[in-house]
Ligand binder design. Structure first.
Ligand code: GDP
Ligand code: IMO
Ligand code: MG
Length: 432
């Protein structure tokens, strides 16, 4: 069987976790291929009428499904303390996590990179990115700079010490002389990382090989992105992005699965737009409507608790996501949040200094100046959370979905109408 990639279409928090969890019932492997514990996925599961909420950061959302083998791919950056905290938390709640595999080539977030993330942001002041402070950027920078620590290094004390000392010979100068903070002690860093070795060893594998064999055996593999298209380091709103490849192409490099084995790309699109951290956001609302979306959609960060910036749906971004990821299917989430609005605006193009742009402007300055051009659709008042077929939706909600589908250029295969695992309308099967 081929592999499927699942990505976020906007600036993150579209509901990727819920979609992955839902598909987990039908797939054999779920691979997280980029990012680390900057991600925050809330998954709500109903058992015997009771709702249980899980917040996942580093672990793939497929971990909640007993039949799934969850994999942390080579493209991920792993904070080992967080890994074991998250595993312990799930084990205490009765979730079996014993099938988890971790790529030997994934990079490790060393403690000094957490420090560097925070002090760099402080140093930038008004020019800060608004990162999650988890050490993500400095760890990917080390990877590219070829001074990173990989999972496999934890099992060779000599190599680990060499690498930590090499990294610190430069970083400690920066920490002390530029940021006026304390130097990291190589011995303590090595000791901390080694303390995880025994527990980590049985999970570590050549995950690219495991996945190749799984695909050859006819298994279903789902590649799950953290973050989203506009946070991608190449295709996002640089420099206000994360430091990894969150788009579909990253699914291949971050897992070792070749592009020729990917058959479908599913993008998750929230029915409105949110963003956490700094950076341009053309449809952002600083008024009652923004507050309505934040309150009704419970738009507060799963990772940092920060209130998310909210705005109307932007299909210029939707189209861009279709193009960059080669989206075959969209899942529109949180349609229920728009219930009760008299009019539902969709941003269909931008006005940049008097010139209409139907596509993302080429330059960053133009995107900062982009003013949304809206098309207004009629709203609906009926509670849609119980709808399970497209036909059950009120006519105006159907019209909204169909118009979005037309504008984004790929079919809408599912529609989220509530946070629960099964609060979703499936129009087309997400798995063949
Ligand atoms: P992710 O980072 O893309 O996995 O998304 P988050 O979990 O950070 O944020 C999405 C939030 O929306 C979570 O709290 C989900 O429980 C919730 N959610 C997902 N789909 C729906 C939906 O269709 N309706 C509503 N009301 N909530 C949803
Ligand atoms: P999920 O997977 C929303 C944002 C941060 C910041 C920028 C860089 O839950 O959709 P980083 O710590 O990655 O260096 O921060 O990226 N960011 C996210 N925003 N959802 C996420 O993940 C995010 N992960 C990072 O807020 O603006
Ligand atoms: Mg999230």
């Amino acid at each position: 069987m081929p592999a499927i990639v699942l990505v976020g279409a906007q600036w993150g928090d579209e509901g990727k976790g819920k979609a992955t969890d839902l598909m987990g019932e039908d797939v054999d492997y779920v691979v997280k291929f980029n990012g680390g514990n900057n991600a925050g996925h809330t998954v709500v599961i109903e058992t015997d009428g009771k709702r249980e909420k899980y917040a996942l950061h580093l672990l793939p959302s497929g971990i909640l499904t007993p039949t799934v083998t969850p994999i942390i791919g080579n493209g991920v950056v792993v904070d080992l303390e967080v890994l074991f905290e998250e595993l312990d938390g799930l084990n205490e709640r009765g979730v079996d996590t014993s099938k988890l595999l971790v790529s030997a080539n994934a990079h490790v977030i060393a403690p000094y990179n957490r420090t560097l993330d925070k002090v760099t942001e402080r140093f930038l002041g008004a020019r800060k990115i608004g990162t999650t402070g988890r050490g993500i950027g400095p760890t990917y920078a080390d990877k590219m700079n070829r001074v990173g620590i990989r999972i496999q290094d934890i099992f060779d004390e000599g190599i680990l010490r060499q690498k930590v000392e090499a990294a610190l010979s430069f970083k400690n100068q920066v920490l002390v002389k530029i940021y006026n903070t304390r130097a990291a002690e190589a011995d303590r860093v090595v000791e901390e990382l080694l303390s995880y070795a025994d527990r980590l060893r049985p999970m570590v594998a050549d995950t690219a090989l495991v996945l190749e064999q799984a695909l050859n055996d006819g298994k279903n593999v789902l590649l799950e992105a953290g973050q989203a298209t506009l946070l991608d380091v190449d295709h996002g709103t640089y420099p206000f992005v994360t430091s990894s490849s969150a788009t579909a192409g990253g699914g291949c490099t971050g897992s070792g699965i070749p592009p020729t084995r990917v058959s479908r790309v599913i993008a998750i699109l929230k029915a409105y737009t949110t963003r956490v951290g700094e950076g341009p956001f053309p449809t952002e609302l600083d008024d009652d409507n923004g507050e309505f979306l934040r309150k009704t959609g419970a738009e507060y960060g799963t990772t940092t608790g920060r209130p998310r910036r909210c705005g109307w749906l932007d299909v210029v971004i939707g189209r861009y996501a279709t193009r960059i990821n080669g989206v075959t299917d969209f899942v529109i989430t949180k349609l229920d949040v728009l219930t009760g609005l008299p009019k539902v605006p969709i941003c269909v193009a931008y006005d940049v200094d008097g010139v209409r742009h139907d596509e993302m402007p080429v330059g960053q300055t133009d995107f900062h100046h982009a003013k949304p051009i809206y098309e207004e659709l009629d709203g609906w008042w009926e509670d849609i959370s119980g709808c399970r077929t497209f036909e059950e939706l009120p006519a105006n909600a159907q019209a909204y979905v169909l118009r979005v589908e037309e504008l984004i250029g790929a079919r809408v295969s599912a529609i989220g109408v509530g946070p629960g695992r099964h609060e979703i309308i499936e129009r087309h099967a997400l798995l063949d």
